[in-house]
Structure formats: C-alpha cells, structure tokens
Design a protein around this ligand. Structure first.
Ligand code: FAD
Length: 389
C-alpha cells in the first residue's frame, strides 16, 4: 500500500477545511465545548448543512445518492470533523447505513437512506441489556409475532444517543426455541413509539447514555431488518463497520498537538516544560504511537477499498486507539501538573479543559463497540488463527 495521499485527496481535504473554516460559527464551537457529546440544536442543524453538501454519503454508492468515493476519502472527511469535534451522525452514517445497504429491503432503503443522507434521521444502537453485554446472545428482550405485527418487551442499557436520535436499531429474541444466537432479529423502530421509555444514565465526565424500556411496543412486521432470526449475522456486519471507525486517530492527534503547544508555552522552575528531558521522552513516545495508529487507520480504509473486510485490523485499531487515548490523557495530565485538571470555563485551563474531558471519556472507549478483551480475542482467533481459549 502507498500511504501517501493523491493530489485529489489532498485537494479534497483542503476543500473540507475551507468549508469548515467558513461555516463553523463561534456559537456552534461554544455549543460543542459545553454539550458533553450530546449534539445540541446548532450541531443538528449543521448535520443537515453537511447533508446538503452531499458529504454524509461520501463513500456511499451513487445508486443510494452517495458520491461513490473511496474509504480513504471518507476517513479524510471524518478526520477533519473529528479535529473540530463536529457531529456527523456517528454510527448512523458509518455503520448502520452501510449495513442497511447490505441487508435491508428496498422499501426500508427508500424509507431510511435518503433521510440519513440529508442529516434528518439518526439511529441509536439497542444491543446491550443488563444481563447481556459481551455475551450478546444471552439477551432476553423478546419480539413476538401477532398477526402482521411484532410486540416487543424488554430493556436495553447504555443506549447512547437514544435521547437525541429518532429511531433505535434493536436486537430482540424472535424464536426462544432456536439456539441462543440463531433466534435473534434486528428491528428499526421510532423511539416515539407507544410503550418506549428513555431514561438517562450519566457516566464519568457527565456524558449521557440511556436505559431504554420497551413495554409491549407494537411494530409492523416490516420493521424487521433482514430475514427473521438472522439478527446475529446483521449485527456482525454492523459491528465490522463500527470498529473501523471507532479506532480513529484525529482527536488524539489534535490533543497531542495542543499538549505539545502547551509544553512550549508553560514554564516550570524558570524553564519551558518542553526543555525537560523527561517531558521530551514522553512526548516522543506518544507521537510514535499516534503515528502508528494513523497508519493502521488508513491501512484498514485501504483494505475496504480493495474489497476486503479488515476484521482483526479494525479490532487492533480500536484497542490501540482507546488505550492510547487513556495513555495520552494520563501522561498529559502528569506533564501539565495540577492545572491539567482544570475544566472548560476556567480561565487557566490548558487546552480549554479538553485534556481532562478526554481523560474522563477514555475508559468508556475501551468498552464501546465491544470491550478490548473481546477485541483481543478477535485478533487472536480471526487474525492470527489461534485456537479458542
Ligand atoms: C458509555 C458506554 C456507551 C455504550 N453505548 C452503547 C450503545 O450505544 N449501544 C449498546 O448496545 N451498547 C452500548 N454500550 C455497551 C457496551 O457495548 C458494553 O458495555 C460492552 O459490550 C460490555 O458489556 P458489559 O458492560 O455487559 O460487560 P461484560 O460483558 O459483563 O464484561 C465485564 C468484563 O468482563 C470481560 N469479559 C467478558 N467476557 C469476556 C470474555 N469472553 N473473555 C475475556 N473477558 C471477558 C469484559 O471485557 C469486561 O472487562 C456502551 C457502554 C458504555 C460504557
């Protein structure tokens, strides 16, 4: 693989940068800094601006209204938005839309894809339950067929985005008599459906996720995505897409560059932090690790463009990115000393409090999309062909 970008790709990056420089207002930046990763009204409006620009479907095939560009171009786009913490629809765009294209009926594609492309519709993920996380096949939310409908009852937990998305992508048990992972199906339903209750669940750093309760929720049989009892396969497709985008490096790069700038400016005992050889060594090691992650990200994107599925590679990327985020923020806070703990709003907070914010977010990244222990299993078994432990 050639890791250099083509002149067209460089021009594309410049185009996005120029657009964002012109269109991201101070008010939007302020909203992003204070919204604890929940897109506010300005972020939602900006999502539609990105949609109108045609950028939400950069890598989508043209038949679905996309631009038909490569995964490398998509990565370039997400990088530029990540660098500014701009909401671009997250997993709705990067994972679920792509999965819909593979497994949904024509009617479902027509109903969802154009609205997703315009930035009007976002879907949250309803997999995890209080008794089913890593071992997803043990979930007990059930969907029972009654005439032309399914009646869904159960509970989901850690349903991130359920408070601002319009729909949920839900995995439920449709046949309790089949082996555990064979009796599951995926549904898409509006979160406004009668019988759905969304309750907040706050994690470290005040970031909100949710519990979702489903009490005899009636959906038409056409809400099922894919064939009955094929939900585990559908979720596997979605997770493959999800992991490629979970291990992104742009935010790490931005935090590192800002940390470096702080070390240049801040002085301790009469000299710049950057002159301290211990600080220098820590920064160099972080830089090497971030660069390694960047190469891995673009290698996975390149593999997708070659028609391959980067399963073990995406898992490696996710492990590396999430553990590096933890390391970068911890080392950064050690380097900056007590002022590194100041949050957004304090006039003395270095990096506008972003370091402590990222530090509080970092442990969650080791869980989301499947824990790092599970990712290591995937790398061992599917990447290295090692026997199951
Ligand atoms: C902030 C946050 C946001 C999330 N967002 C979503 C979301 O939007 N939608 C959604 O459906 N889920 C979401 N999740 C859930 C996430 O996917 C699960 O937390 C994760 O899959 C782990 O499940 P669990 O919490 O039940 O932990 P468990 O599965 O009980 O795991 C507990 C520990 O045991 C380890 N472990 C479990 N099984 C094995 C094994 N076979 N081998 C080795 N170690 C193992 C795990 O790695 C972990 O360290 C979110 C979680 C968090 C924390």
């Amino acid at each position: 693989m050639d890791f250099r970008f083509t002149p067209e790709q460089e021009r594309f990056r410049e185009e996005i940068r120029r657009f964002l420089d012109e269109h991201v207002s101070a008010a939007l930046r302020q909203e992003i800094a204070t919204s604890a990763h929940t897109p506010g009204p300005l972020a939602k409006a900006f999502l539609r601006v990105l949609g109108a620009q045609g950028w939400l479907g950069i890598g989508w095939p043209k038949e679905y209204g996309g631009q038909g560009k490569s995964m490398i171009e998509q990565m370039i786009f997400y990088d530029e938005l990540d660098l500014r913490d701009i909401h671009y629809g997250g997993l709705t765009i990067t994972s679920l839309a792509m999965t819909l294209m593979k497994v949904a009926s024509e009617a479902q594609k027509q109903a969802y894809l154009p609205r997703i492309l315009r930035g009007e519709l976002e879907i949250c993920l309803g997999y995890t339950e209080p008794g089913a996380g890593s071992d997803l096949a043990s979930l007990i939310t059930r969907a029972e067929r009654e005439g032309g409908e399914y009646v869904i009852t159960g509970q989901k937990v850690f349903t991130t985005g359920a408070h601002y998305c319009s729909h949920i992508w839900l995995l439920a048990r449709t046949d309790p008599d089949l082996p555990r992972h064979k009796g599951l199906s995926v549904f898409i339903l509006p979160l406004e459906s009668p019988g759905v209750t969304v309750r907040p669940l706050y994690t470290m750093g005040a970031i909100r996720t949710n519990e979702v309760f489903l009490d005899h929720v009636r959906v038409p049989a056409s809400a099922m995505v894919g064939a009955p009892n094929s939900g585990f396969y559908t979720v596997a497709v979605a997770l493959d897409f999800e992991r490629i985008f979970m291990g992104k490096y742009a935010r790490l790069r931005r935090n590192f560059d800002e940390l470096l700038a702080c070390c240049r400016d801040l002085r301790r005992d009469g000299r710049a932090l950057l002159e301290d050889p211990v600080v220098q060594e820590r920064l160099v090691n972080l830089h090497i690790a971030i660069e390694r992650l960047r190469l891995l990200c673009f290698r996975s994107a390149w593999m997708v463009d070659q028609g391959k599925v980067p399963t073990a590679e995406a898992s490696a990327q996710k492990v590396l990115a999430s553990e590096l985020e933890q390391r970068l923020t911890e080392e950064g806070m050690k380097i900056l000393g007590s002022c590194g703990q100041l949050e957004y709003g304090s006039p003395h907070a270095p990096m506008e409090g972003r370091l402590v914010g990222a530090w509080l977010l970092a442990p969650m990244m080791r869980f989301g999309g499947g824990t790092n222990e599970i990712q290591r299993d995937i790398i061992a078994q599917r990447g290295l062909g090692l026997p199951r432990a």
